[in-house]
Design a protein around this ligand. Structure first.
Ligand code: ZN
Length: 263
């Protein structure tokens, strides 16, 4: 039997997902992903609040799990309120119509990182953290790749799938949710491999940074493969002290759940 490459399956799944999402928009009335007001993907008020909270993407302090790597971190804002609601709705709530909104937010962070690094965005390989097999099985699409595909960056800017997940046991993949920072870092160690990055300047791209363990592993793997990795770009960072909670599809404006479900 011919083996279908996993990336071909990803593309097919993403196409099917986009088609289903577009079809559902035709069949169902659209409501605000944050407050559920009818009429638009984001109502005017929530759009303004999202813009206000993400208009100044900036370098932020690295979380504990990333300190040893000495990598810089840029984010659009903290993982709360409208930004968290939009991310949760996009990833877990079937709101594909939020991809352009999140793509616009991510564009700002990428441009800020390039500016701080004093390089053109086109001089960087933007490397998304790959979705785990478990998450792909659950969602049938890769949220970070999808959001990256909706950014508007200068001509020549390159997104490179330079990180791949190694095969992990079902136990190793599913037990990460309940682990503390140190155990989580150990569970992630060896989970990825780098492809085609030798000699390149790579900036890692992810949606949410929690403990920093995943980002630290991504940076380490890319550096071991010969890349120069000055930092990581994310849409949102979880404030220190936020306690872990359950998976959520909450779309209220005061989301505080720990985003394990986003990894
Ligand atoms: Zn709203």
């Amino acid at each position: 039997m011919t083996k279908i490459p996993s990336r071909a399956l990803d593309r097919a799944g993403a196409t099917l997902w986009n088609w289903a999402a577009a079809s559902s928009e035709v069949l169902l009335p659209v409501s605000c992903a944050v407050c559920e007001a009818p009429g638009a993907t984001l109502c005017r008020g929530c759009r303004i609040m999202l813009r206000r909270s993400t208009v100044r993407p900036a370098e932020v302090p690295a979380p504990r799990g990333l300190l040893a790597s000495n990598a810089r971190v840029w984010a659009a804002g903290p993982y709360e309120h409208e930004l968290a609601s939009c991310l949760l709705s996009f990833k877990n709530g079937g709101r594909a119509d939020l991809a352009p909104v999140l793509g616009t937010v991510l564009t700002g962070v990428l441009l800020r990182a390039a500016e701080d690094l004093a390089v053109s965005p086109a001089a960087v390989l933007w490397v998304p953290v790959p979705t785990s097999a478990r998450a792909r099985w659950k969602r049938w699409f890769d949220p970070v790749q999808e959001i990256l595909s909706r950014t508007s960056l200068p001509h020549g800017t390159r997104v490179h799938a330079g990180l791949e997940h190694r095969h992990r046991s079902a136990l190793g993949a599913s037990s990460q949710k309940s682990l503390d920072v140190a155990h989580r870092a150990r569970a992630i160690k060896g989970s990825m491999r780098a492809v085609g990055v030798r000699g390149a300047m790579c900036v890692v791209v992810d949606d949410v940074m929690t403990s920093g363990a995943t980002a630290a592993e991504a940076v380490s793997v890319l550096r071991d493969a010969g890349a120069h990795v000055p930092g990581i770009v994310v849409l949102a960072t979880v404030r220190a002290g936020c306690s872990p909670g359950a998976d959520s599809t909450t779309t209220g404006s005061h989301v505080s759940e720990f985003p394990h479900s986003l990894n």
